[in-house]
Structures are given as structure tokens and as C-alpha cells.
Design a protein around this ligand. Structure first.
Ligand SMILES: Cc1ncc(COP(=O)(O)O)c(C=O)c1O
Ligand SMILES: [Zn+2]
Length: 410
């Protein structure tokens, strides 16, 4: 099952999986990112809804028939995916929706959505007989890869901006990765990682460059469809950095539609920070799509990407599947962290809460009346306490005196 080919997002040229490793040799790294395409007709005769229900506790590997991995591989001994979806009637009512849910991907092994991609990356590295894997990351992909390399007995080299939140840096170190913290931006770390990693002959887990990672990420969409009993929501909101997670939702739903498992494609809305929004900008500018690189920063460090590597695919999919983008301020992101936590109990890091901020803004600017909406929380709040504390402040300290404390409640 699941023989697949690779197709360039820009020129459409198809390659066998043996022909190319990463990107289209004609269109290059930036514009020539590849899509994994399956023989849907062949697969649809062998796959039905029951197949996925049957294995529902196995996380992302329940979908292995539509993932580009060898089925005889040993999968990492960590449960990735099968993250919960929480339905909130009050929020639905507040925004005149027919339904509202949160998929909490902060519940993954290293506490972010990136585990879905890292799990596939380490399996591919093993399949291809690499002993070392590398990536550049704003922080989450790195902590995730460090985690999955540890359990897979692979050497792991990480290139991150030194400004990555402390908890993410701690994760990488605890998992035993070789951490190269760069005095510069994520975009700089990325370029250096490619120069060093590829010449060293290590396997590349940079998610736009490596076509298989989007496939791992698409399992979020597959799960959501199963959790919605094959009638997925009308809208899905997710935050956007390099653009791969955005595209992965489009691709996951597309695969399910091609296989006849869902009838209609949800509209995927990507959320960027107003302070650094090159993908939303490229989409706004329209066709022919070109990367628009910018400089900037955001409290949502995970999506502070000025030179997005998967921009062409993200905007092409947005156009193809009726998607769109929305920009939010850092203030709105910080407000969303506390609001989400206080109404739903889900504590998100800034990029995770950005999907909620984006949903609220989009609902204000466009009518979502009567629609069914889901937001994806892509990272756990414990990963970046400094940002969370910006709004709530530090705790007030009391003397160990019962009377003083009673008075405080007057
Ligand atoms: C928490 C979180 N949300 C969203 C994203 C955006 O994903 P992508 O870079 O694939 O657009 C990232 C990427 O680092 C992330 O860590
Ligand atoms: Zn090409």
C-alpha cells in the first residue's frame, strides 16, 4: 500500500521517490518544494472509514496506509497524535456558530504539533540508513526532533536562534541533542543548517525542504475528520510560520476527499502575526506567487519567520482550496493565551493561542454565522512562561499569616 510519487509545487514535474531527496532540481529549494501524491484510485478500493476507527488508539500510525513510510519499519515508541478535541457550546453561542472546538496538540510527547512531523522524519532517516539528523527551528521542531531522535537512537544536530524560549532549549538539551544556538534569527539558523547539514551528509528535517514532513503533519487533519465523525468543520484555524502546518491541513483534507472518506473540504485559515506576515502578504499580493521576505519579530516566537520556506505551497493551497489568512497583533495573541486558558482550560504557547486570536478577528471581519469552527492549539503554554506572564504578571506574595490572608478576601 501507499506507493507514492513526488510532484513540484511550481512546475508540476513528477519524480519517483528514488529520483529526488528534497526539492525540485529545476525550481530550487525555495519554489520547488514537493508534494507527495498517492494513487488515490488504488488506495480508495482498500481504505474505508472502519480501518481508521479500528486502530484509533495508535496515534498517527493508524494512518500509515496513507503515509509515505515503509510499513515494515519500527515506529518510535512514543504515542504521537490522538490528541483531544474539546467542544465548547458557550463559545459557539457567543460567536453565533453551529459548533466550536479546540484540538489540543500541546498534548504530544514534546508538547507541540511538530511531533507529528518528527515521528515521520526519524522513520525516514532509519529507512534511508542515516545515523544523524539535523534541523533548523524556532524551537519546537528542534525539541521535537531531539525527543524523537533520542527514542530512535539517532544523532541529532539542532540549529536554533539563541533567543528561543528557555523551556524549548532545555528540552533539546535534556533529550541529548547537539544544540547550535545561533546569535541571529531563525532565518539565519536555517541557511546555516542547510550549508552545514547537507555537506556533512546528515538527514534534513527542515519541514519545507523534506517533502515527507508535511505528510506527518497532515495527520492532524485526518484525526480531526475522524473525531468529527467524517463530517469535518467548515473552518479550521491554525497559525503559520514556514507554512507547512497550514498546507498539511489542506493536504490532509484533500487526501480524505480523494479517498471518498469526506464529502467537503474545510476552509483552512492561516494566522500570522501582524509584525511578521510574509505568507499572508504573498497571498494578498496574488498570482504569480512569489516569496516576499521580511524582517520582524513577534511574541509568538514559533511563527516569527521572515523567510518562510514553504510559502509557495501554502499560498498555492490557499488559492486552490479557498483558504485565506488573517493577521493578529501581539497584544491579541497575549490576550488569547489567558482567555483560552480561563474559558477552556487549555494553556497554549503564543503561537498556539494565535489560532484563537485569529479566529476571533476573522469572525469579527467576516461572517461565520452558523458555521462549524475548529482551532488548532499547536504548542503547550509551559514552553514559554515568560510570554504568558506578560499579561497575568507575577504572583502576589503574602506573609504566612492567616489574618492577613482572610483580609485579602474582604
Ligand atoms: C507552536 C507552533 N505553531 C505553529 C507553527 C507553524 O508551523 P509552520 O512553520 O509549519 O508554518 C510552529 C512552527 O514552528 C509552531 O511551533
Ligand atoms: Zn519544479
Amino acid at each position: 500500500l501507499s506507493e507514492y510519487r513526488l510532484r513540484c509545487i511550481s512546475c508540476g514535474k513528477e519524480f519517483s521517490k528514488e529520483e529526488v531527496e528534497y526539492t525540485c532540481p529545476v525550481c530550487g529549494d525555495r519554489k520547488g518544494t514537493l508534494e507527495v501524491i498517492y494513487d488515490y484510485e488504488f488506495l480508495s478500493k482498500r481504505i474505508d472509514r472502519n480501518l481508521f476507527r479500528k486502530y484509533s488508539s495508535k496515534g498517527i500510525w493508524q494512518f500509515k496506509d496513507i503515509l509515505p513510510v515503509r510499513k515494515d519499519m519500527v515506529f518510535p515508541a512514543l504515542e504521537v497524535g490522538s490528541t483531544p478535541v474539546y467542544f465548547h457550546k458557550d463559545i459557539a453561542k457567543q460567536f453565533n456558530l453551529s459548533g466550536f472546538s479546540i484540538k489540543d496538540d500541546g498534548r504530544n510527547p514534546s508538547a507541540s504539533y511538530k511531533d507529528r512531523a518528527s515521528a515521520v522524519a526519524v522513520v525516514k532517516a532509519k529507512e534511508k540508513n542515516y545515523d544523524t539528523i539535523f534541523c533548523a527551528s524556532t524551537g519546537n521542531a528542534a525539541s521535537s526532533l531531539a525527543c524523537f531522535s533520542a527514542v530512535s537512537n539517532l544523532n541529532c544536530v539542532i540549529f536554533v536562534p539563541a533567543t528561543s524560549p528557555e523551556a524549548k532549549l532545555a528540552q533539546m538539551q535534556v533529550y541529548g541533542a547537539n544544540v547550535i544556538a545561533i546569535d541571529g534569527s531563525y532565518d539565519m539558523a536555517f541557511d546555516i543548517s542547510m550549508k552545514v547539514g547537507l555537506t556533512k551528509g546528515w538527514y534534513c528535517r527542515n519541514s519545507a525542504i523534506n517533502p515527507y514532513l508535511l505528510e506527518g503533519k497532515k495527520t492532524g487533519a485526518l484525526e480531526l475528520a475522524v473525531q468529527y465523525d467524517w463530517k469535518p468543520p467548515d473552518y479550521v484555524f491554525v497559525s503559520v510560520g514556514d507554512g507547512t502546518v497550514y498546507s498539511s491541513f489542506c493536504k490532509g483534507f484533500y487526501d480524505l476527499k480523494q479517498l471518498g472518506l469526506i464529502d467537503k473540504l474545510p476552509i483552512v485559515i492561516g494566522v500570522q502575526s501582524e509584525k511578521i506576515s510574509p505568507i499572508a502578504d504573498a497571498f494578498e499580493k496574488g498570482k504569480p506567487f512569489e516569496p516576499i521576505d521580511v524582517e520582524g519579530n513577534s511574541v509568538a516566537d514559533s511563527i516569527a519567520v521572515g523567510k518562510p520556506r514553504d510559502v509557495i505551497k501554502a499560498v498555492t493551497y490557499a488559492k486552490r482550496f479557498n483558504g485565506n489568512f488573517v493577521k493578529v497583533t501581539d497584544e491579541e495573541i497575549l490576550d488569547a493565551i489567558a482567555q483560552l486558558a480561563r474559558t477552556t482550560g487549555v494553556f497554549a504557547e503564543p503561537a498556539g493561542a494565535a489560532s484563537f486570536a485569529g479566529f476571533k478577528k476573522y469572525a469579527r471581519l467576516n461572517s461565520l454565522e452558523g458555521k462549524n469552527v475548529s482551532i488548532i492549539v499547536t504548542g503547550n503554554g509551559l514552553k514559554d512562561l515568560k510570554s504568558a506572564m506578560k499579561k497575568v504578571g507575577s504572583v502576589k506574595i503574602y506573609p504566612a499569616d492567616e489574618e492577613v490572608i482572610r483580609e485579602a478576601f474582604q
